[in-house]
Structure formats: C-alpha cells, structure tokens
Design a protein around this ligand. Structure first.
Ligand code: UDP
Ligand code: MG
Length: 325
C-alpha cells in the first residue's frame, strides 16, 4: 500500500482541487493507496474543507489534525506515524507538486530503490529570492553530506518505509531524510518531477529558512558521521586548541631565548592558557557526549548498525517449521 502524506497549513483554497487531482491521478493505480492529510494548526478553513473530503472518501483519505502549528517537518512526521503504507510519498498541499508524478516515483521504488527524490528541474518560484538560494544550498548539502541530489527541498519524494524507521525528524530536517537514509545504507536515486506556481495562499517561508537549513546541515553532518563516536569530533577540536597552545608556547620560548623578549611582553602566555583550557574542556565535553550516546542507544534499544536481511543456511527452524532438519 502507498501512503501519500500531505502537510497543510492555511491551504483552504487548495483542498478541493488537491483532492480532485489526487483522486484523478491515482484512480487507475495498480496498487492500493491512501492519503494522510495533516492539518498543521491552520487558522483558516483548511480543517473543515479536509474533514468534508474525508467524509466523502472515507476509505481513501485520513485527516490528522494537530493541536497547533508545529511546522512542516513535524506535520510530516505525524502523517508518517499515522500512515499504513509500506511506501511513503510526502507531497506539498499547495498544488505546486503534481500527483501525476506519484506513480512514476513508486514505479522507480519497484525497480529496487529505497528512496526516490523528486527534482523540480523547472521550479516555478521567484528566481532570485527562492531558486538561487536553494541552488546554492543544494550544492552545499551535496558536498558536505556526500549524497549528491539536485533538489533536497522538493517535498515530493518516495520512501520505502523501512528506511524511515530509526530516526525522528526535528526542525527543518525533512529535507535531509535522503541523507539519513543513505547513511543507513539505502539505495537512492532521483527523478525529475513537475512543479507549478503557487495558485492560492502564500508561501510559509522566508529567507530565514536559509539559516535554519545551514544549522541543520551542521547537525546532520555531525549526527550521520559521528553519532556513535562524538569524542572524535570533540577530541579533534580539542586537539586543535592544544596545537594552538603548543605553537604559542614554542613561539614564546623562541622570542625569549633568541630575541630576549620576556613572556609577559607578548599575549602568548594568554594564548597558551586559553588553548590548553579550551582543549581540556573539549575533551571533557566529548566524554559527556559519549555517555549521552550510550544512553541514547541503550535506553531505546537502538543499534549502531542497520541490517538489510539475514541469510541463514542451517540455522534454527523458522516458526512455520519449514526448513527444519
Ligand atoms: N506547511 C505546514 N506547516 C508549516 C508550513 C508549511 O504544514 O508550518 C505545509 C504547507 O501547507 C505546504 C508545504 O508545507 O503544503 C510546503 O509549504 P510552502 O508551499 O509554503 O513551502 P514552499 O513551497 O514555498 O517552499
Ligand atoms: Mg509551495
């Protein structure tokens, strides 16, 4: 079963057209499907309009109504938690994505991919304010994460459910799901999807999103590469400060013995102290982080690895008794 998950925040004018488009696009689909709408604390008539649609098509549509506005990422998470499908297809509810693309994404998953990322090659948004910053951000995210996709920001993607278990999303992190999935070993690819200009309502984001995305990127880099060994990061930074303090020490002695400049005539002793203190602090923070990691993994029964499958030749008999010696 395919679950299309659509977060909606003040998109009342789009609801009827959206439901019509989804119904049309999926009417002939060869698999069963559902749409999980998430009302993210809208202050307009979105929830009434969605309720009406769910009443009309109770076996296809589901509405998760959040208490207040939690943001797109949290809304998406809520939708995924309520979705029953083994393939999850998130999408925007503002008619900018085209439900006709869903079948193509799902077909690609059928070819053996775990994640198919939509790419709005002909993006229909303000070019200078939206498309350019997003281009730069996508390049940066690709380089830093080592996962090369053209369009992280595109909501329309398809995931096999298995790759979504094991991590929760916070902040503006939904765009980084392919990276998390890749780091867990998922096979990912991308596919060009249609994009339309916004017909109703306004975009919910401004330029401040750039800063949030950059900070999240830093966190993602940290989480994906050092989640199980934070002391390598803290230790590395600590080593840099020790190095700084070492260089300052050598230079201070050099000045004293060759140029006869006393220690206290330069700021070098201050730098030695500063470097040493900060280095020690970094190492200690790293130790605390190691403790936190253990609490994180062990309290939740998480593993540091992800298994695709286990193949066993002459092991224990499976529950149904087949293959017993
Ligand atoms: N959205 C949401 N909660 C928010 C902000 C946005 O559920 O706090 C939804 C919004 O209704 C839309 C999708 O997320 O369905 C993408 O938002 P938007 O179109 O404003 O982003 P843009 O396309 O401009 O990047
Ligand atoms: Mg939009």
């Amino acid at each position: 079963m395919i679950s299309v998950v659509i977060p909606m925040y003040n998109e009342a004018e789009s609801v009827a057209a959206l439901c019509g488009q989804v119904n049309d696009a999926l009417a002939t689909a060869p698999w069963s499907w559902e749409v999980v709408f998430v009302n993210d604390g809208s202050s307009d008539a979105t929830v009434e309009k969605l309720t009406e649609q769910v009443r009309r098509f109770p076996d296809r549509f589901l509405l998760v109504d959040l208490q207040r506005n939690f943001g797109q990422t949290a809304a998406l998470m809520a939708g995924i938690d309520h979705a029953r499908g083994d393939i999850i297809v998130p999408m925007d509810g503002d008619l900018q994505n085209d439900p006709k693309d869903i079948a193509r994404l799902v077909a690609k998953i059928g070819e053996g991919f775990d994640v198919v990322s939509g790419w709005r090659r002909n993006r229909q948004d303000a070019s200078l304010r939206r498309v350019l910053p997003s281009r730069i951000a996508n390049k940066l995210i690709s380089v830093i994460s080592g996962v090369h996709l053209h369009d992280y920001g595109c909501s329309l993607k398809a995931y096999r459910r298995d790759v979504l278990v094991g991590f929760r999303l916070y902040g503006e992190m939904h765009r980084f799901v392919p990276i998390f999935a890749r780091w867990q070993g998922a096979r990912i690819t991308e596919m060009v999807v249609d994009h339309h200009p916004r017909q109703f309502g306004t975009s919910k984001y401004g330029l401040e999103r750039i800063f949030k995305v950059l900070l999240d990127l830093l966190l993602v880099k940290f989480l994906t590469q050092y989640e199980t060994k934070p002391i390598y990061v803290f230790g590395g930074v600590g080593a840099m400060f020790f190095g700084l303090s070492g260089i300052a020490t050598i230079y201070a002695f050099f000045l004293k013995f060759f140029n006869h400049i006393s220690f206290i005539q330069t700021p070098l002793p201050l730098m030695v102290m500063f470097g040493t203190m900060t280095g020690i602090m970094c190492i200690l923070l790293g130790l605390i982080a190691e403790v936190l990691v253990r609490i994180y993994f062990e309290s939740q029964g998480k593993t540091q690895y992800t298994v695709r499958k286990v193949v066993r030749q002459n092991g224990d008999a499976p529950a149904d008794g087949k293959g017993a010696a």
